[in-house]
Design a protein around this ligand. Structure first.
Ligand code: PFF
Length: 451
């Protein structure tokens, strides 16, 4: 069966497409704001250590399972152990919940991209632009459907012709744009104080909360426990060095997060005259603060357009990976054509996305356990289902099928240099950390603690 499947044409294709999945709003929006909040350098250091230990162990596990099974996430776990078939279903349910609301945010980015391409940065900088836009009925819906349709068309084109080709163009472009505007922004007068603020470790932030915040961020940022890495792993050529590929994806993802912080934190810092509370604005940082900053800068409208192009690319390649996982599962599960699966997914996702979009306007009075639609889907997937799936994956590999499944797959195409680290992580540390994240994120979601 694995012979008939289409896959990436090369290891580079895998690395760029997987990095395309990993690099998204998590890197460009959430990471800078968390780093600024949790003591700059201390957060960076903890995040880095977690990336090469915890992140590495989970990512190599998922990619190996996918390549070993030669199927998408839906059937991969059942391939190794019949009783764990349900884990494939669970991993495929998560992207099904995420995809619709991710497209809602993709739609907002589309709007900002169009506005900045028209040179309207000044309009986007007004206080009411963001809330005014998301509260409307038809415009956000059109933007989200456009973003969803574009994603669907790319996925319908296939793994090589669609997913890989788009990532091979967009990821290097993203890096070049990001480096370009970072250099421009940090050479603005006064920006160095912001760079120091971003990079200087602040020991008082070395706490369990910082650790858990970094861990939760890592999870989301590396697209772990959503079946994505399993599905993409199944497209990785058998001969390709697995450990090297995973390491390169990690470097890509962390490098982009670091650069995004270097771009955003000093820029907002200068604009707000060193007022750190401005950096802790959460979602509004990207959609409300940054347009104001761009509006006040020399060449601001060009910088704004470039910035939103790169955010758009990042969001699109992430959305592609979510839909690809769903479509791969559907084609294998129901034995239907890729195009048919794409149409089915588009219709279902559009129906599910509409409440999330309307939840900021005409349906804002409807809440689910106190959350708006979008926040509810986000809480359900990120705070509950993802830690549960990741925990089960660790238990499955460490104690049911045994770590040799991963080790043999990695060693079939190269050396497994961090094997002992992998073993300690998967058997002991990762399951414990995941339970800690689960408790932490439920408490955070319920408003018992704030991140
Ligand atoms: N990893 C992406 C990021 O850091 O923004 C986000 C993401 C990708 C979330 C894919 C969900 C997903 F299924």
């Amino acid at each position: 069966m694995s012979n008939e499947r289409s896959g990436f044409s090369s290891r580079l294709g895998f690395v760029l497409a997987t990095a395309g999945s990993a690099v998204g709003l998590g890197n460009l929006w959430r990471f800078p704001y968390l780093a600024a909040k949790y003591g700059g350098g201390s957060f960076l250091l903890i995040y880095l250590i977690l990336t090469v230990t915890f992140g590495f162990a989970l990512m190599i596990t998922e990619v190996s399972i996918g390549r070993g099974a030669g199927t998408s996430a839906l059937h991969a776990f059942g391939h190794f152990h019949k009783k764990f078939k349900f884990l494939g279903y669970l991993c495929s349910l998560i992207p099904f919940i995420i995809f619709p609301y991710y497209c809602v945010i993709g739609g907002w980015i589309t709007k900002y991209l169009l506005t900045s391409l028209q040179g309207n940065t000044h309009a986007a900088a007004s206080d009411t632009f963001f809330t005014g836009f998301i509260g409307k009925t038809s415009e956000p819906m059109i933007c989200l459907l456009f973003f969803m349709l574009l994603t669907t068309i790319i996925v319908a084109l296939g793994v090589k012709e669609g997913v890989e080709r788009v990532s091979t163009f967009m990821m290097p472009a993203l890096i070049i744009l990001l480096i370009g505007i970072s250099v421009f922004c940090i050479t603005r007068p006064g920006a160095m104080a912001g760079v120091a603020y971003y990079l200087k470790p602040d020991i008082k932030h070395l706490s369990p909360t910082t650790f858990l915040a970094a861990l939760g961020q890592l999870f989301f940022s590396m697209s772990l426990a959503m079946g994505i890495m399993v599905t993409y792993g199944s497209y990785l050529p058998k001969k390709a060095d697995l450990e090297k590929s995973v390491t390169q994806v990690e470097i890509f993802d962390t490098g982009v997060a670091f650069l995004a912080g270097l771009l955003i934190v000093p820029t907002v810092f200068v604009f707000s005259n060193g007022d750190a509370s401005m950096l802790a604005k959460g979602p509004s940082l990207m959609f409300v603060m940054l347009p104001k900053v761009f509006d006040s800068m020399a060449f601001g409208s060009i910088i704004a357009a470039v910035f939103f192009i790169l955010v758009f690319f990042a969001a699109l390649t992430s959305a592609i990976s979510i839909l690809e996982t769903l479509v791969a599962g559907l084609t294998e599960g129901l034995h239907i054509k890729r195009t048919t699966a794409c149409i089915i997914m588009f219709v279902l996702a559009a129906l599910l996305a509409i409440p999330s979009s309307f939840g900021f306007g005409i349906w804002s009075h409807i809440t689910i356990i106190g959350f708006s639609f979008l926040d509810f889907f986000d809480f359900l997937s990120n705070s509950i289902l993802m830690p549960v799936a990741a925990f089960l994956i660790c238990i499955f590999v460490a104690y049911v099928v045994k770590p040799d499944v991963v080790i043999n797959e990695v060693e079939s195409s190269g050396k497994f240099k961090r094997k002992s680290l992998f073993l300690v992580m998967i058997k002991y540390l990762a399951p414990i950390c995941i339970i800690a994240i689960l408790i932490f994120s439920i408490m955070e979601g319920m408003g018992m603690i704030t991140v």
